[in-house]
Design a protein around this ligand. Structure first.
Ligand code: PEP
Length: 254
């Protein structure tokens, strides 16, 4: 029997504006208040400029606030960047780290992802560390190795107690925003491998790390993915922008 709560996180990416955000958040908060999802943890990650206002709207609700990215540096001459302490200051509890779009479009490498993971943890944030293989890597049979390499690169420098706040999201690149979901069996295979690696690195603490699946999760496919033993919830992109779909996905995790 697992001690892990289910966790569903919405990644809004670069979408939203003040009025629409307000409507979306109001629907989500109201739905979860009227009909709670029990021990399922729910988070949303708006663009950085909206963190403060969305955070104020989430006050007193069960939904927690997260960011989509952070700087690995503490402060100083890093124009355009946002630090972990700033994210904490505006009410964030978590932050997505190493999303495949950051890795591919902004050239974040394993070393930078590791530094960001550490910066998040040391500031008291939960890093949601994203790992995942490309289609070419899957087709050449490298998926498990790629994911293990990305994972080890990011967690090998962590202290034992830091694993208690780590979240890992398996997001196959070929499934993100494509409408192609990994089958529950494909996802479970990788999640089981991630679990094995985590336990090897962190001992029992590795058993308690929440492992999310991400990649075209929607209201129709969420339940069968979340039913797998090592899939503790989801990181949701497109479907997190539609209140009813995101709420249905949160309910599928209950
Ligand atoms: C994501 O961006 O983390 C993601 C999983 O996107 P989508 O759900 O749209 O595939």
């Amino acid at each position: 029997i697992s001690m892990r709560n289910a966790l569903v996180i919405g990644n809004w990416k670069m979408n939203g504006e003040t009025a629409a955000n307000h409507t979306l958040v109001a629907s989500l908060v109201e739905s979860l208040e009227v009909s709670p999802v029990g021990s399922v943890e729910v988070g949303i990650c708006p663009p950085a400029v909206y963190l403060h206002s969305v955070g104020l709207q989430l006050e007193g609700s069960v939904v927690s606030l997260g960011a989509q990215n952070l700087s690995e540096h503490n402060a100083g001459a890093y124009t355009g960047e946002v630090s972990a302490a700033m994210l904490r200051d505006v009410g964030c509890h978590m932050v997505i780290v190493g999303h495949s779009e950051r890795r591919s479009l902004y050239h974040e490498d394993d070393e930078q992802v590791a530094a960001k993971t550490l910066a998040a943890l040391r500031a008291g944030l939960k890093p949601v560390l994203c790992v995942g293989e490309t289609l070419a890597q899957r087709e050449s049979g490298e998926a498990l190795d790629v994911v293990a390499r990305q994972l080890c690169a990011a967690v090998s420098g962590l202290e034992a107690d830091e694993f208690e706040r780590l979240v890992v999201a398996y997001e196959p690149v070929w499934a993100i925003g494509t409408g192609k979901t990994a089958s529950p069996e494909q996802a479970q295979e990788v999640h089981a491998h991630i679990r094995t690696v985590l336990v090897r690195v962190a001992g029992v603490a590795g058993q308690n790390v929440q492992l999310l699946y991400g990649g075209s999760v929607n209201a129709d496919n969420a339940a069968e993915l979340f039913a797998k033993p090592d899939i503790d919830g989801g990181l949701i992109g497109g479907a997190s922008l539609k209140a009813n779909d995101f709420i249905a996905i949160c309910r599928a995790a209950a």
